[in-house]
Write a protein that binds this ligand. Structure first.
Ligand code: PAF
Length: 312
């Protein structure tokens, strides 16, 4: 595995791979790699000839007062994980390399960024789309892999690639959970034992929702109520939002049909956690007919060993 820190080196390596007839798979990350990231690398490894992982804690997606300074970092561990996953190229630029001078260009995806996490983190998605657009531009034509844990990020990046005619196919990969159901996240590292126990309520809420949907519930307000009640039963959790939205437009729905995202964000102490599940309703009379098939994506569960040492 080659490690490069310069934009020009990364661009040249991707160009050379394509010239040699190899397809490029890009996995953008902020490092401190866990089993969720590994699953993205594996998907890229399976589908592409030349796998590139980027490690860059992007300052522009953190608002003042957020955890930029405290964000966990482990460059050696990340290199070892990437090597073990068969990554070809690791791009680890410094902030000065990605932003040599204060940028005057921001990529903004309208609408999709206003709700959910965008409501409490109003500058976050502009930081994400701007850096991801830069990474797409540097990597060139490729397939790019993102986790469905950040469902809104995936929707926003997908829309950006479409709107800007970028030569990048954005691939969403299943959310990965630990054995107790908690979605893998770098920020789990901040949680104390009691907070960690409290965090299991997010997955519990989604499992309750899934059970009710399988029983035939199609009212979004009822589904939202299940999430709110489950989170409220845990005194250490403060709800930021519980939303039931269309899986593509992220607009709120009243009845469940088509593809629906149930998304949650909470604060546990100073830590913000998110989780979600996607439900697809297939049937003649979508979402209304009791006979329609429901396909739920609550993510896959990994074992401790699979989670690797970087996980909390
Ligand atoms: O999901 C992340 O880790 C980041 O938001 C990303 C996509 C690497 C952009 O900095």
């Amino acid at each position: 595995m080659r490690i490069v820190t310069r934009v020009a080196e990364m661009r040249t390596a991707c160009d050379e791979a394509r010239r040699a007839g190899r397809t490029v798979g890009l996995v953008p990350t902020m490092g401190f790699l866990h089993a969720g990231h590994r699953s993205l690398m594996r998907a890229a490894r399976e589908e592409c000839d030349f796998v590139v992982v980027t490690l860059f804690v992007n300052p522009s997606q953190f608002a003042p007062g957020e955890d930029l300074g405290a964000y966990p970092r482990d460059p050696e561990g990340d290199a070892a994980v990437s090597r073990a996953e068969g990554v070809d190229l690791l791009f680890t630029p410094m902030v000065e390399e990605m932003y040599p001078e204060p940028g005057r260009t921001t990529v903004h995806v309208d609408g999709l960024t206003a709700r959910l996490c965008g409501a409490s983190r109003p500058t976050h998605f502009d930081g994400v789309t701007t850096v991801v657009a830069k990474l797409f531009s540097i990597a060139g034509p490729c397939r790019a892999y993102f986790g469905r844990k950040d469902a809104q990020q995936l929707a926003v990046v997908t829309r950006m690639a479409t709107d800007l005619n970028l030569a990048v196919t954005v691939i969403g990969c299943p959310l990965v959970r630990e054995a107790d159901g908690v979605a893998l996240s770098t920020r789990n590292a901040y949680l104390g034992a009691e907070e960690r126990e409290a965090a299991t309520a997010l997955a519990r809420a989604l499992r309750r929702v899934a059970a009710e949907i399988v029983e035939g519930e199609r009212d979004a307000a009822v589904v939202r109520g299940i999430v709110i009640d489950t989170i409220a039963s845990q005194p250490l959790l403060t709800l930021d939002y519980a939303e039931v939205v269309d899986g593509v437009s992220l607009e709120p729905v009243t009845r469940l049909s088509g593809t629906v995202l149930v998304a949650i964000a909470v604060k546990v102490g100073r830590t913000r956690l998110i989780d979600n599940a996607t439900f697809t309703f297939e049937g003649a009379d979508k979402g209304v007919d009791e006979d329609d098939g429901v396909i739920a994506d609550l993510g896959s569960t990994c074992s401790r060993a699979d989670a690797g040492s970087g996980d909390s």
